[in-house]
Design a protein around this ligand. Sequence first.
Ligand SMILES: Nc1ncnc2c1ncn2[C@@H]1O[C@H](COP(=O)(O)OP(=O)(O)OP(=O)(O)O)[C@@H](O)[C@H]1O
Ligand SMILES: O=P(O)(O)OC[C@H]1O[C@H](OP(=O)(O)OP(=O)(O)O)[C@H](O)[C@@H]1O
Ligand SMILES: O=C(O)c1cccnc1
Length: 465
Amino acid sequence: MNITAAYTDLYQLTMAQVYFRTKPKGRAVFDYYFRHNPFDGGYSIFAGLEDVLHILETLTFSASDIAYLEQHGFEAEFLDYLKNFQFQGTIYSSREGDVVFPNRPILQVEANIIEAQIIETLLLNLLNFQTLIATKASRIRYSAENGVLLDMGLRRAHATGGYYASRAAAIGGFDSTSNVKAADDYNIPSSGTMAHSFIQSYEDELQAFRDFAQWRPINCVLLVDTYSTLKSGLPNAITVAKEMEHRGDRLLGVRLDSGDLAYLSKKTRILLDEAGLSYVKIVASNQLDEFVIKSLKEQGAPIDIFGVGTNLVTGKPDAAIDGVYKLSEFNGEPRIKLSENIIKVSLPYKKQVYRMLDENGMFYGADAVALFKEEQVGEMEHPFDITKSLDLNRFNHEALLEKVMEHGKKVNPTRSVTEIARYSKSRLEKLPEEYKRFDNPHIYKIGLSIKLKQERDALVLKHKF
Ligand SMILES: Nc1ncnc2c1ncn2[C@@H]1O[C@H](COP(=O)(O)OP(=O)(O)OP(=O)(O)O)[C@@H](O)[C@H]1O
Ligand SMILES: O=P(O)(O)OC[C@H]1O[C@H](OP(=O)(O)OP(=O)(O)O)[C@H](O)[C@@H]1O
Ligand SMILES: O=C(O)c1cccnc1
């Protein structure tokens, strides 16, 4: 998608014009974080970072963007500034694919306030969506255990969001996608089967299977439920699989797309095995999600490959993740946003986040947020409950925010989707099981260093009415 700097909300530009007149050199720090894990889950998977950095490196206003803004009342000198717009800020971020939690900075932008404001919408748009979908994908991966996962959601996605959904799905643990464009651009394996229309276009299901197997024998999967899975589709698929064997080919699988998938997959496995086709795999699809797949596993359904569409790429049942971008420092001075809801009070200053590790290198279950310049953080306190604190001296810890962009240029070479997915898997392996379960997962602790809490509380008092 060709994204230009006008991929933003109008109010960013309106504010930018005023900053341009009043504080053109203002230096801002903004925090990106969200307030709740999606799906009532115990964690989230951070995704979308490489896309954001890649776009920021070359982000400009096009001639037609400038013409549009000219027609909508923006002044000439400001438009001249926008003609030369380039993001020149510095970004610290969690690594893409990491396991992240609510109410702690995941990414921080340090930049001229005009630049930081103009990129807000783009950044939130890409990070919120991909984090939602990568998290959904990782839950589906959790249920599917070692099963193969195929993303088939593009047709049901929210328009071009399907492009980024396929990328995020791969980060969360999907093995391949039916989405050819995303597969090509992001180097994700592509795969697929056949549609009902192919079979319907023939008078005879057997002939449809024969033609398909003859002309596309590699990775051939036959869809067996167009008329009757057990009475027609499966016997015809077995006939064709045997014919393929005579030609030295092998049928990869059969796909079940309706009915009771546990019952049908068990019957299918028995019939395939009886026919000497134990190598033929069973693919299942039809409104799958993490809960249906979990149930199928519990019922002992011998499904090898799960095709998941709608529920994955739309992040059902959560339409969005509530990620926000809040000003925490301006020209070196702390900034805070108060709220009636105590959980929504923002954290001032540039910060670092430390993850506590237990003696086996597993995540202990606590991240401490501290001022960036603090050298030692010996204790973290609950953000609001004065009775709760944790001595951190006994833990090994790791700093989670690393510099990923400096003066508008990426610091590291681009990490591939495969590399990010591998990293995500290794991080999830360090997260104890109790945070991964779907029902009432354990709550991961987020605490504040004593100094950060003091700074926040002093600012709360300063702005109190
Ligand atoms: N054994 C099972 N246990 C739990 N859920 C299942 C099982 N078999 C199928 N499902 C799920 O139940 C839902 C059934 O949906 P629906 O009633 O629309 O399917 P269908 O009538 O079989 O299919 P279609 O309408 O495409 O012919 C799907 O989400 C499917 O994945
Ligand atoms: O159920 P989902 O998780 O969204 O998975 C994608 C669905 O899309 C296809 O159906 P569709 O009816 O669009 O096309 P078809 O005629 O090829 O089955 C496919 O057969 C799956 O059922
Ligand atoms: O390859 C498939 O089987 C497929 C792809 C997209 C949607 N439904 C099915």
